[in-house]
Design a protein around this ligand. Structure first.
Ligand SMILES: [Zn+2]
Length: 308
């Protein structure tokens, strides 16, 4: 399964962090994994700030993250894309869905949906209340995509075949939110297509989003990239690292140590003296020895204590 020495023509990968706080170990792992998979294949690697959820974006983080990546020795291709500046593209995709009848206006409040039946994962499933028109006297809040019954499947390069019955497990899902922002699922699909992304390598905390994204790609007639979901980094309490769980920021003062920790997390086998190498040599080793077959086949794994 190694990509070493096998140039994949037209490989274009990306790293797409949400600027909700400084870079932490979980995002570093996704950055390192996506970067090495792209570079080992002779591919491009793009950087995108996923700030479509503008109320959650932290001022300064969208500048801080690229700065941190630079200090860690990453180099990306092209301009950094910001979702907050791409609303006209999301609007155009939404209008296509609206014109072909794929979406409907929904009047339900968050509370009303939360009170409805739960899907198998325990999250509320939209019960279809407004699917055939708004209830009398109610006003549109959000817009939802109509999902059809049946499995949506994809073959993940690491996690194997993943299937989800969107109608049974999620229900019709939001593409334009009640607060006027486009949903993450729609933005990601439009961005990956517009940027010509061929390979999505990201944390497995996003694996359950992938069938919704595939559903949107089909409705919009967009190409589907190949997916590889890396284990997500968890803290000692078993929570995904985030600003909310007070994950430690990755500082640029010891970049080699952080990068070697990420390589080990990804099942690569860095030599004992790699933390002492200069950054260029470290990256040269990591690209040359990138081995997909070393990646752990798990959805999550513990973060090293120094970074959790
Ligand atoms: Zn509704």
């Amino acid at each position: 399964m190694t990509t070493e020495g096998v140039p994949l023509k037209g490989y274009r990968g990306r790293f797409a962090p949400s600027p909700t706080g400084p870079l932490h170990f979980g995002s570093l792992v996704a950055a390192v994994g996506s970067y090495l998979d792209a570079r080992a294949a002779g591919g491009e690697w793009l950087l995108r700030m996923e700030d479509v959820d503008e109320p959650r974006a932290v001022p300064g983080a969208a500048d801080e993250i690229p700065f941190a990546l630079e200090r860690l020795g990453f180099s990306w291709d092209g301009e950094i894309i910001h979702q907050s500046r791409r609303k006209t593209h999301y609007r155009a995709a939404f209008e296509r869905l609206r014109l072909d009848g794929s979406v409907f206006a929904c009047a339900c409040s968050r509370r009303e949906v939360a009170d409805s039946a739960l899907g198998p994962d325990g999250a509320p499933r939209y019960p279809g209340t407004c699917r055939n028109g708004l209830p009398h006297g109610r006003e549109a809040r959000a817009w939802r995509l109509k999902v059809e019954p049946g499995l949506v499947c994809f073959d993940d390069a690491l996690q194997g075949r993943i299937c989800q019955d969107l109608a049974a497990e999620v229900g019709d899902f939001v593409v334009l939110r009640a607060d006027g922002y486009f949903a993450y699922q729609l933005a990601v699909v439009v961005d990956d297509a517009d940027q010509g992304v061929t390979h999505v390598v990201r944390g497995a905390d996003l694996i359950d989003s992938t069938p919704r994204q595939i559903c949107l790609q089909r409705r919009l007639g967009l190409a589907r990239p190949a997916y590889l979901h890396l284990p997500a980094a968890l803290n000692a309490a078993g929570e995904k690292l985030s600003k909310q769980t007070r994950a430690r920021p990755i500082h640029g003062d010891r970049p080699q140590a952080a990068l070697v920790a990420a390589l080990e997390f990804l099942g690569q086998q860095p030599p004992a003296d790699l933390p002492d190498a200069d950054l260029d040599d470290l990256w040269r080793w990591a690209i040359m020895h990138w081995d997909r077959s070393g990646l752990p086949h798990r959805r999550s794994a513990a973060t090293p204590a120094a970074y959790s």
